[in-house]
Design a protein around this ligand. Structure first.
Ligand code: NAP
Length: 253
């Protein structure tokens, strides 16, 4: 399947996890992929695993407005077009709100929220030209609350609603905007949890499909929403969560 031949796909946070896996998926399907992240070595490692193509690795911090501006200039200079933007870069924080520092709040908001805004603003002119689309990586944590993650919930909840409004504002211009809401997925972000059998069992008890997500599960859904197969879909926040958000919250007896 080569749904992305001649398409340029920009993926933030592409040095690991879902971003790296999506890069592989898009490249397999014919795309020219732009890998964005803060750590060059991680981007290079992802680049080395991609199916051959005119790909680019660009070191940039999405939380820095000027860096994102330069990233967009560089990408447009190289390809002259952008067809898909995947806003995947993200960090999380744990703990109760009243114990959190200003620094923690600002750090999460600057990557998870400012970063998405800066990238959308910088790439929208190109997406309007190509009648392209945007995939934001929100979370099941953007659909409901978690214990001990309220700052992350605030940021991802904002992405969920940002996605809906953007879909409304740009639909008439032919630009679709959707979000993926992954559940618990094995990546660098969750590597400590993967080592903790008690935590894993608690998750497995709540996930109808009985396992954690793999980055490839999320990449497949991202590629679907970004492709013409999803041409009449915009403004959705699609859970890719093994069914965890199907529950109404009552205990698993
Ligand atoms: P991950 O492996 O840690 O990937 C996140 C990537 O973002 C890293 O490669 C990181 O690389 C990059 N990044 C972080 N801050 C950045 C910045 N300021 N500028 C550019 N790149 C930055 O974790 P992941 O699970 O794949 O996370 C991908 C997305 O999924 C995130 O938005 C996360 O919130 C979301 N998510 C994850 C889960 C889960 O269970 N894993 C569930 C729901 C949603 P550098 O540090 O090198 O820049």
């Amino acid at each position: 399947m080569e749904r992305f031949n001649n398409k340029v796909v920009v993926i933030t946070g592409a040095g690991s996890g879902m971003g790296a896996s999506s890069a592989q998926r898009f490249a397999q399907e014919g795309a020219k992929v732009v890998l964005v992240g803060r750590t060059q070595a991680k981007l290079d490692a992802t680049l080395a695993r991609l199916a051959p193509g005119d790909h680019l690795a660009v070191q940039a911090d999405v939380a820095q407005r000027e860096a994102v501006h330069q990233l967009a200039e560089k990408v447009l200079q190289h390809y002259g077009q952008v067809d898909v933007l995947v806003n995947n870069a993200g960090i999380h924080a744990q703990g109760k709100a009243h114990e959190a520092s200003d620094e923690t709040w600002k750090k999460v908001m600057s990557v998870d929220l400012d970063g998405v805004f800066y990238c959308i603003r910088a790439f929208m002119p190109a997406l309007l030209k190509s009648r392209g689309n945007i995939i934001n990586i929100s979370s099941v944590s953007g659909l409901g609350g978690d214990w001990g993650m309220s700052i992350y919930n605030a940021a991802k909840g904002a992405i969920t609603n940002f996605t809906r409004s953007l879909a409304m504002d740009y639909g008439a211009d032919g630009v679709r905007v959707n979000a993926i809401c992954p559940g618990f997925t094995f990546t660098d972000m969750t590597k400590d949890m993967k080592q903790n059998q008690a935590v894993l069992e608690k998750f497995y008890d709540r996930i109808p499909l009985g396992r954690a997500g793999e980055p490839e599960d999320v990449a497949a859904a991202i590629a679907f929403l970004a492709s013409d197969d999803a041409r009449y879909i915009t403004g959705v926040n699609l859970p890719v969560d093994g069914g965890i958000t199907a529950a109404n919250g009552q205990p698993h007896l």
